[in-house]
Design a protein around this ligand. Structure first.
Ligand code: G
Ligand code: G
Ligand code: MN
Ligand code: NA
Length: 251
């Protein structure tokens, strides 16, 4: 059967799950948050890559109910973690432009009892292309609840720096292509990371370096002033029980 047909049934058949990838403080190496990453295991199609099914979910608007499930599940799971640990949830433009989005966030917080300050919403620059004003207004509502908003995959989208002036992102996530570039000796990538860190500092935002896979890369982004680090070096996306276990091992 067609992938789209299966995707329509995936939620009710319990085929969706979340993985969690740790984000650590670059100095203390303590876990400060987990990014929730959606997984789809279909009996018919096997484990389907998010790179494949998320665009399909966006095109069909199935991302709205799926995204609501993600928010509820991530908030519920995060209540089991120590109180200083946040959960970061990726949100597509389709979700953000849905008029019920902020109501969905309020409901997920209320149902789980998670304090709003422990929820971070991750958006990419591309959400500002289609209807920047609506996207901005919705994000402002989310921030007014006490949630934070991070700018994901920074530097890879259709960047117009204008929205950085208007919205108080908590964090800019430097795309892993720059980290990988700098690690392989590309001077432009290094210069871009340095510039993004400096810009974030002057805007009173923090930076997360994505895709850190080795100790050498950790030291590099740390020396460049990144505040937080995410990548295979500290942990791959893992199932919820494994994420929970991290706290018992390290704290
Ligand atoms: O986990 P992985 O690297 O395969 O994720 C691929 C892409 O899917 C990433 O760009 C990530 O932001 C996106 N993604 C993962 N989980 C979610 C989700 O719950 N909602 C949305 N909208 N995107 C997600
Ligand atoms: O677009 P977003 O940044 O949300 O994408 C997250 C994706 O990046 C996930 O699919 C995750 O599996 C992947 N990822 C996370 N850490 C690393 C890493 O260290 N190296 C590589 N190659 N991919 C990573
Ligand atoms: Mn992300
Ligand atoms: Na990311």
């Amino acid at each position: 059967r067609k992938l789209e047909f299966s995707l329509r049934r995936a939620l009710e058949l319990n085929e969706m799950s979340l993985n969690y990838q740790p984000v650590v403080d670059a100095q203390t190496e303590q876990v400060v948050s987990f990014e929730a990453l959606l997984r789809w295991n279909s009996p018919e199609h096997g484990s389907v890559s998010p790179a494949k099914f998320i665009p399909m979910a966006e095109d069909t608007r199935l991302i709205v109910p799926i995204g609501e499930w993600v928010l509820r599940e991530a908030c519920r799971e995060a209540t089991r973690w120590p109180g200083h640990v946040k959960v970061a949830v990726n949100v597509s433009g389709e979700q953000l432009l849905d008029p019920h989005f902020s109501t969905t966030v309020v409901a997920a917080l209320a149902a789980s009892g998670l304090p709003p300050a422990r929820l971070e919403i991750e958006v990419t620059e591309s959400i500002f292309v289609r209807d920047g004003t609506t996207a901005r207004n919705t994000l402002e509502q989310i921030m007014a609840l006490g949630c934070s908003v991070a700018l994901d995959d920074f530097g890879t989208g259709y960047s117009s720096l204008g929205y950085l002036r208007k919205l108080r992102f908590s964090t800019i996530k430097v795309d892993r292509s720059f980290v990988q570039g700098a690690a392989t000796g590309n001077p432009e990538s290094l210069a871009i990371i340095r510039a993004v860190v400096a810009m974030a500092q002057s805007l009173e935002m923090t930076t997360t370096a994505e895709g850190v896979e080795t100790e050498a890369e950790l030291n590099m982004v740390r020396n460049l002033g990144a505040n937080k680090v995410q990548g295979y070096y500290f942990g791959r996306p893992m199932v919820a029980s494994e994420a929970n276990r991290l706290f018992y091992q390290h704290n």
